[in-house]
Write a new protein. Structure first.
Length: 294
């Protein structure tokens, strides 16, 4: 299908359009959430706001549905509309990459915990205790953690399948299509440097989550997903790695009986760090020709 508007736009115009589409999608998601809350759960706008501010176990199913609607409207629908207007050339290939990039990304992500944990600790120390920055960042962080724990604790009642879909599959597809599938190639074509494009897309990916305490590890995670996309020439490795990251958190929570983080013994952390480094080198060496030049 030919694009409706096959005209080359400047980088700034493309970014403004994509941002505008996402903001419009976010607004649409809000409207749909209010409608779903009203017709499916009998809650008006005030009731939905109360459930978001003070979530309770009874709200878990509804909030999970609303979160999924928000993901689809904010990230996936705007990208589909963008591609409809400007063509599939704006989207990274969705073809099957080499077998290494179908197997190793999930192992790579599973071995990254020492790196992510270290960055999280550094991130926390960058926000001084008692500072105005902490007063701004702490409430949103606590709200996000409360919602995450609420979702995960609902597994006993709803089962793990809805959790995997809402917290692992949907975000992996929607966010990767938006940030690594469209934003990163737009930046790459406009700037000409893949490394700068990967970094800027990673910064945007982290910023959109509005969690300052997790900004640094999420930015580095986004950069890793960006390099997976560039090395493989396909979006699927990043989707698989993103899925593995979220699904692993769900499994850890269930295995530990309610913890998102596990303090591993140092020999295991060293082993994971060695594995992560080795897998990174293997993936770099396996870079596909369409991954671009450095």
């Amino acid at each position: 299908m030919k694009p409706l508007y096959p005209v080359h736009l400047r980088l700034s115009s493309q970014l403004l359009l994509l941002a505008g589409f996402m903001l419009s999608g976010m607004a649409l998601g809000g409207v749909l959430s209010v409608g779903l809350g009203l017709f499916l759960y009998g809650l008006d706008l005030a009731g939905i706001q109360a459930a978001l501010q003070h979530p309770e176990p009874a709200h878990a199913g509804m909030l999970m549905v609303l979160n999924t609607v928000s993901q689809l409207c904010t990230f996936l629908l705007p990208v589909l509309f963008y591609i409809l207007l400007f063509g599939r050339s704006t989207l990274l290939p969705l073809g099957r990459p080499g077998w290494l990039f179908l197997i190793l990304p999930m192992l790579w992500m599973a071995s990254a915990s020492p790196v992510i944990d270290g960055l999280a600790l550094l991130n926390e120390r960058m926000i001084p205790a008692g500072s105005w920055l902490e007063s701004v960042a702490r409430p949103s962080e606590e709200s996000a953690m409360l919602l995450t724990h609420l979702f995960l604790s609902s597994a006993e009642e709803m089962g793990y399948a809805p959790l995997i879909i809402a917290m692992a599959i949907v975000p992996a597809i929607c966010e990767e299509v938006a940030f690594r599938g469209v934003l990163q190639p737009i930046l790459h074509k406009g700037i000409g440097n893949p490394h700068v494009a990967i970094l800027l897309a990673a910064v945007a990916f982290s910023a959109v989550h509005v969690q300052l305490y997790g900004f640094l590890p999420r930015m580095v995670l986004g950069a890793g997903l960006g390099y997976l996309t560039w090395w493989s020439g396909s979006l699927w490795p990043a989707v698989l790695a993103h899925f593995a990251n979220n699904a692993l958190a769900i499994l850890i929570y269930g295995y530990t009986g309610g913890q998102l983080e596990v303090q591993s013994p140092w020999p295991l952390q060293v082993g994971l760090l060695v594995a992560f480094t080795a897998l990174t080198l293997v993936l770099m060496k396996a870079k596909a020709p369409q991954g671009g030049s450095s």
